[in-house]
Design a protein around this ligand. Sequence first.
Ligand code: TYD
Ligand code: MG
Length: 458
Amino acid sequence: MARVSPTFTCSACGAVTSKWSGRCDSCGEWNTITEDAPLSTGPGGKSLAGKRGKRIPLTDLATEEAPVPRQMSGVGELDRVLGGGLVHGAAILVGGDPGIGKSTLLLQAAARFARLGVKTLYVSGEEASSQVRMRAQRLGLTESPVQLSAATNLRDILTTLEAEAPGLVIIDSIQTMWSDAVDSIPGSVGQVRACAHELTTFAKRKGVAIIMVGHVTKEGQIAGPRVVEHMVDTVLYFEGERGHQFRLLRAVKNRFGPADEIGVFEMTGRGLAEVKNPSALFLSDRGTPSPGAAVFAGIEGTRPVLVEFQALVAPTPHSQPRRSVVGWDGGRLAMILAVLEARCGVPFAGLDVYLNVAGGMKVSEPAADLAVAAALLSAREDSALPSDTVIFGEISLSGALRPVSQSENRLKEAQKLGFTAAIAPAGGKPPQLDGISLTRPPDLAGFVGEIFGAGERS
Ligand code: TYD
Ligand code: MG
């Protein structure tokens, strides 16, 4: 039989090459390329092709499945992000910047679940047991029956888990874990991948929920290969700005619930407290109406959240004006500036533009376009928008406004927080809501006229 030439695969991105190299040409990762094992052959070197396997059972889509068993923590913000409580046997990855509060969040969650009768183990590879105990003391959690261990050897950990049979295990962090099956240092791509794989398989096999903490690289991705994110059932990111006390737990992937769901917490002297009404928090420091501020009625996951966009527009001393964005997409800002200029005759040439979402919140919805345009116009004209008005709608390149989903939920939230007016695109079914007056401009030019009076542009 002809000898098959060997192939090599990158363990980080999956690219296949015909020869080994130290660095993957596709993704640029080092030391990730390994030789593939030759395709298995039958006795005597005969290929398995043509040999018959056994028939696999087939079912239809209507097969009745019992709902997956879940355990609520009682912390609404956490349960919602998990998709309605913790699923037995789920593998969950929680990523976030160092010092953002991952260990605090998970220790508090562990204490909650333990108190509710779930046997809970907290394995810390980063801190000594005494450090974790000190934190528990500060958080007032010492009474909770969480079992604690400081360990990094995965084989020992799995043996212990097998014997203890817990319902929930916290691994803090996956980068400190070390499997003797892989010949590289802890934190390396190979180790992270192998440990995450072993833990995920263990979770499935034994029906144990495992939460792994993952550190995030400068680019904001969980350090180690992307494949870890594919392996687990749920990927949560814990985010927040250093200077702010708000923390957002965001589901970016969830096999057991909606992605894009957020939970809002506040870091206090006694750990993380849940924030039941995030809109009130994000808008709390609004004083007198100021130019450049516009309130956007957004939707995060399944929940409406009001946030404030703040813009500053000033003559630039440079030949290239600055465009600076925090909490929103820079490309989208450029687009809105271009549409304002091309379709409404409002130029931003020669002006620096700064855009910020208040409270350290990140917004990704296109529905925020109109609120951004409003903030930019208000800043440029140095004239404040009415403080009782919320704005939402998507802007297209033609300058038309597109209606967005869940208008009614957005308006209800605005009304709940005391807003009495809203500006949203025309089109679609008008939402039925009393107590909030709705203005529906047909296009962006109409919107500009609506908020500042038409024909004043220079
Ligand atoms: P930590 O959970 O250790 O972060 P991570 O595990 O993501 O690296 O949290 C560290 C920060 O949280 C630290 O700077 C102090 C702050 N913190 C409080 O403000 N209040 C508290 O009760 C606790 C425990 C921590
Ligand atoms: Mg930590």
